[in-house]
Design a protein around this ligand. Structure first.
Ligand code: FAD
Length: 347
């Protein structure tokens, strides 16, 4: 695709933009084209034009779960900066929502691993519906909710993603999943139809949403919260974040590299926890360096970029980790981060 042609249809598009500047890992070569949408119309237009002109494109949130390739991306990166939240209504009757699944949270040794059980509690029935645009960053959203007396997202303290990325991955905080709070999601499907998908009509699980599988794009989500015990929610938010800061790196990294194992999986081998970090630690890999990246000294399920890190180094390190854990425990780690190839039709 010729840049001048694309620019005619999509004013504001840029060329040769370094992707490392848009990933919390600070790794990644240049994308051919890059566009930031701040209004929903711009976001929709960029997607539809890419499809019409057959330009491969990729929807980017805050880049906190993506390893970009050293070769960058051959196509258009559409960065979703469409932010906004509003209270839709107060429910006449509060609803107690059943949990459809639990995050695979297993604490491990109390001195070495993050402890959560003393902060965990069942959320009060939901009484308020909120609408949130998918490009909204999670931390300002949580702060806005607490300021408005709304509890629920305190469990997601410190996660640097956008709401859209959160829905796609059904992110987890402590024992909670984001889907515990979802009522419905507005998406653009892969045939350019706008659809409202009720939570009951789709399936959410740990690190999974049907929306992700169907390659739909999240535009906004309606979420349910409660005007519950606000001081407890504020305490959990601060305390959980402080605990994470102590045992997890926060900069020059993505989140957990690998998914935790389910309790059923670990019971088979009698391991004390499903925490992927525990397995990597036991395999003696904490602090292991390959090129410019390292298995974090703070938490073995995080890989940190020491500065000059390349995607190639990360891939080599992932291979070593998977082999060592497989040899020692017979268990195959599965990546939680997305490794974006330079050339692929993704949506
Ligand atoms: C320090 C740190 C701590 C973290 N802690 C946690 C944690 O506790 N729990 C947890 O679950 N995760 C955690 N993460 C991982 C990460 O923040 C989450 O996965 C987050 O939801 C990703 O959101 P994002 O906006 O950054 O998505 P991106 O990384 O930009 O994108 C991730 C995926 O989502 C897709 N996507 C993004 N927006 C949309 C959209 N609107 N429509 C369709 N697809 C979209 C992208 O195409 C891509 O496939 C952490 C990350 C870091 C760096």
């Amino acid at each position: 695709m010729n840049f001048e042609i694309l620019k005619k249809f999509l004013p504001g598009v840029r060329e040769n933009v370094l992707l490392k500047d848009y990933s919390t890992f600070r790794i990644g070569g240049a994308a051919d084209f890059f566009y930031q949408a701040t209004q929903e119309e711009e976001f929709l237009k960029a997607i539809k034009i890419s499809r019409e002109l057959e330009v491969p494109f990729f929807v980017l949130g805050r880049g906190s779960n993506i390893l970009f390739a050293d070769e960058g991306f051959r196509g258009l990166i559409i960065r979703n900066n469409v932010a906004g939240m509003k209270i839709v209504k107060r429910l006449k009757k509060a609803v107690k929502k059943e949990r459809e699944g639990r995050a695979h949270y297993a604490p491990g040794h109390p001195e070495k691993y993050l402890q959560f059980s003393d902060l965990d509690y069942s959320q009060e029935p939901f009484d308020t519906e909120i609408e949130v645009s998918s490009g909204t960053s999670l931390q300002p959203l949580i702060q806005w909710l607490l300021k408005n007396g709304l509890c629920g997202l305190q469990w997601f303290a410190g996660i640097p993603g956008s709401l859209g990325g959160g829905v796609i991955y059904n992110i987890h905080g402590g024992t909670k999943l984001l889907s515990d709070y979802i009522k419905e999601v507005t998406v653009l499907d892969n045939r350019n139809y706008l659809k409202k998908v009720k939570k009951e009509e789709t399936s959410f699980a740990y690190d999974f949403s049907q929306i992700q599988k169907e390659k739909s794009i999240v535009l906004k989500a309606n979420l349910l919260f409660s005007r519950g015990d606000l001081s407890r929610a504020k305490f959990v938010y601060q305390e959980w974040w402080q605990r994470k800061l102590k045992v997890q790196p926060q900069t020059n990294c993505l989140g957990s590299t690998f998914k935790n194992f389910s309790l059923a999986e670990v019971q088979k081998i009698g391991a004390p926890t499903g925490s992927a970090g525990w397995f990597i630690d036991q395999a003696g890999l904490k602090g292991k360096i390959v090129g410019g990246v390292q298995v974090s000294e703070k938490h073995a399920n995080f890989i940190v970029n020491l500065g000059p890190g390349k995607a190639g180094d990360v891939k080599k390190l992932i291979k070593i980790i998977k082999e060592k854990v497989k040899n020692k425990f017979g268990m195959t780690l599965r990546e939680e981060i997305l490794i974006l190839p330079p050339q692929k039709k993704l949506f």
